[in-house]
Design a protein around this ligand. Structure first.
Ligand SMILES: NC(=O)c1ccc[n+]([C@@H]2O[C@H](COP(=O)([O-])OP(=O)(O)OC[C@H]3O[C@@H](n4cnc5c(N)ncnc54)[C@H](OP(=O)(O)O)[C@@H]3O)[C@@H](O)[C@H]2O)c1
Length: 231
């Protein structure tokens, strides 16, 4: 069945890969990010693969931007069947070395942004009694490790939000889930001195996202933890 899919942070990495993985099925997409040029390039690819696509330029941490994009997505697509709340940033290092602005950027993008998008799409999904919310969390939403305190804090926060939401949605056909990847080779690591050979690929993560988006009515996936196969 063709779906109306809204993906935040679709201008690169995992968000882009999810759009490309789903595009051949002819769904309609509303893709968001701040970088219009990169978004346009992704939209072109999605279109060439069979998807119908709209784009919205804006910041997930800005309430007016989210409100405007949501109104536009509703007007263009007539509703949102699937929200992939994926936009995120990460800063890593010992806790005392994190700046307050790095803390704010991560919580505003990874937590506030996810919260604001979820609260916009839920009323429509509930009134239609169908819908899928999918949040890109992390393996660091389920465990902790040194030098990831603030980032891991954001991912534990969204993990808890999604699990609470699942409780609120009990008895409805609206579903919420997370994908929880370990390290994924994305532009995130560009310019950093890291070995990407043992990382997950964006396609690995997109396939897991597709499994959740395409699940049958009889199934309600909670989360998918993906760890690199080669490590
Ligand atoms: N890469 C990993 O190892 C890994 C592992 C586990 C989970 N994750 C999660 O996966 C998600 C995607 O990350 P990625 O690895 O694919 O990195 P990426 O290639 O840097 O993609 C991040 C996306 O988020 C968007 N974004 C960032 N801040 C935004 C903001 N304030 N408003 C709107 N869009 C914003 C970026 O678009 P613009 O720059 O155009 O705004 C971009 O499209 C994140 O939530 C991340 O935490 C990544």
């Amino acid at each position: 069945m063709k779906k109306r899919i809204l993906i935040t942070g679709a201008s690169s990495g995992i968000g882009e890969a999810i759009a490309l993985e789903m595009a051949p099925e002819g769904h309609t997409f509303y893709l968001t990010g701040r970088n219009e040029q990169r978004l346009k390039a992704v939209c072109k690819k999605v279109k060439s693969m069979g998807g119908k696509v709209f784009l919205g330029v804006g910041d997930v941490s800005d309430v007016d931007s989210v409100d405007n994009q949501f109104s536009e997505a509703e007007a263009m697509m007539g509703g949102v069947d699937v929200l992939v709340a994926n936009a995120g940033v990460g800063h890593f290092g010992n806790l005392e070395d994190m700046s307050v602005s790095q803390f704010d950027e991560q919580f505003n993008t990874n937590v506030r942004g996810v919260f604001m998008w979820m609260r916009k799409v839920l009323p429509g999904m509930k009134s239609r009694n169908t819908g899928q919310i999918l949040v890109t969390s992390s393996n660091l939403g389920l465990k902790t490790s040194a030098r990831t305190s603030v980032y891991s804090g954001t991912k534990h926060a969204v993990q808890a939000m999604v699990w609470c939401l699942r409780d609120e949605l009990e008895g409805t056909m609206v579903k919420a889930a997370t994908i929880n990847p370990g390290s994924v080779s994305t532009p995130w690591f560009d310019g950093k001195d890291v070995n990407r050979d043992n990382m997950l690929t964006t396609t690995d993560v997109a396939k897991a996202a597709k499994l959740i988006i395409d699940q049958d009515e009889t199934s309600n996936i909670d989360h998918i933890l993906l760890l690199p196969g080669r490590s």
